[in-house]
Design a binder for this molecule. Structure first.
Ligand SMILES: [Zn+2]
Length: 340
């Protein structure tokens, strides 16, 4: 009899406990309905993805010929609006630090990082053991992992990846400017120094920003001289700047500011709505955007909105014409001749 009472008590109490737990779970479930279902991760990296070049997240089939992530299809965020959310683990002071990093980019380009409401494409920012990001807008949820919450321009670097920037030293023409010392790099890490072969998707190579004077040693997107070094670095560097630019040797890899060309490129890639671009070397498709500039000045003047700005690539525009629409001409890299 006593045993039976005790049993009943156990049954009743465990029922109450179960009810309580169910309530808790439902409260938690309710609190989470605002957030998307958690993305599946392995060591902080979304399943089906890997890290290349130290901090760039790409799909596992990235290097396969059939991969959707060829370098030719880097997606940019429409109108510069980048929805984001913080993972639950991120603390308040870390959130504040990231917002300050976002503000650095918002202050130089037409980019707006906005808290995600219901947007389909967005970034989840996570606390992690490393810093990494995907390049450009992936579609759906994508991840930025941060370890160095205390280094603002490491976060800016990862945000620049998410905006569509690759590493400066992977430019197709980088071998003209730097030497990679493979002897000092573990074979398993040598892929981190791969060269990109499609200039058209490289923002700094578009719109005349990739010519000889614009390899950007000062870029926040450049590796340092000791990246992935096996030996003691310095003196055993992995990246050597070639003469006559070797005075940059100790300065590459800085993480304390956006370079002049970082700013110029991101400000044009995410330009103001009434900006149009002209590039005499573009002989293909055009719509006046940074990526697809008009190829004649006349076309720019004809199609740009009144009061807008034409950004003109250096060149000799051998055209004549009379135009009456008021607009601003800007040749940030200089050397534009119109009519001769
Ligand atoms: Zn990077």
């Amino acid at each position: 009899m006593r045993i039976s009472v005790s049993k009943r008590f156990t049954i009743v109490s465990s029922f109450v406990v179960t009810l309580f737990l169910l309530c808790l779970a439902s409260i938690r479930l309710h609190a989470q309905t605002e957030n998307p279902p958690p993305i599946e991760l392995q060591n902080g990296i979304p399943l089906g993805h890997m890290v290349i070049e130290g901090d760039i997240i790409v799909p596992l089939d990235f290097f396969e010929p059939s991969s959707r992530s060829g370098f030719g299809d880097t997606e940019f965020w429409p109108n510069g609006v980048v929805p984001f959310r913080f993972d639950d683990e991120v603390e308040a002071d870390e959130e504040a630090a990231m917002l300050a990093a976002m503000a650095e980019l918002e202050s130089v380009a037409n980019v707006d990082f906005v808290p995600r409401a219901t947007q389909t494409n967005f970034i989840t920012i996570r606390d992690s053991t490393g810093n990494n990001s995907e390049v450009g807008m992936q579609g759906g949820e994508q991840v930025i992992n941060i370890f160095n919450w205390n280094v603002r321009f490491i976060m800016v670097h990862e945000l620049m990846h998410a905006l569509g920037f690759w590493h400066e030293q992977s430019r197709p023409d980088r071998d003209d400017y730097v030497t990679i010392n493979l002897d000092n790099i573990d074979p398993a890490n040598r892929h981190n120094f791969n060269r990109r072969d499609a200039a058209t998707v490289y923002p700094k190579q578009a719109f005349g920003l990739g010519d000889a004077e614009t390899y950007d040693f000062d870029s926040v997107m450049h590796y340092g001289q000791c990246a992935f070094a096996v030996g003691t670095c310095p003196p055993d560097t992995t990246l050597d700047v070639k003469p006559p630019n070797d005075s940059w040797q100790n300065q590459i890899g800085q993480r304390d500011h956006l370079s002049r060309l970082d700013i110029l490129t991101v400000s044009q890639l995410y330009g103001q709505p009434d900006w149009r671009f002209v590039d005499i070397t573009n002989s293909g498709y055009y719509d006046g955007s940074f990526s697809y500039p008009y190829h004649t000045l006349g076309m720019g003047v004809m199609y740009a909105p009144a009061g807008g700005t034409l950004l003109i690539q250096p060149g000799n525009y051998n055209e004549t014409g009379t135009y009456s629409t008021a607009m601003t001409f800007n040749a940030p890299l200089g050397h534009v001749i119109w009519g001769e």
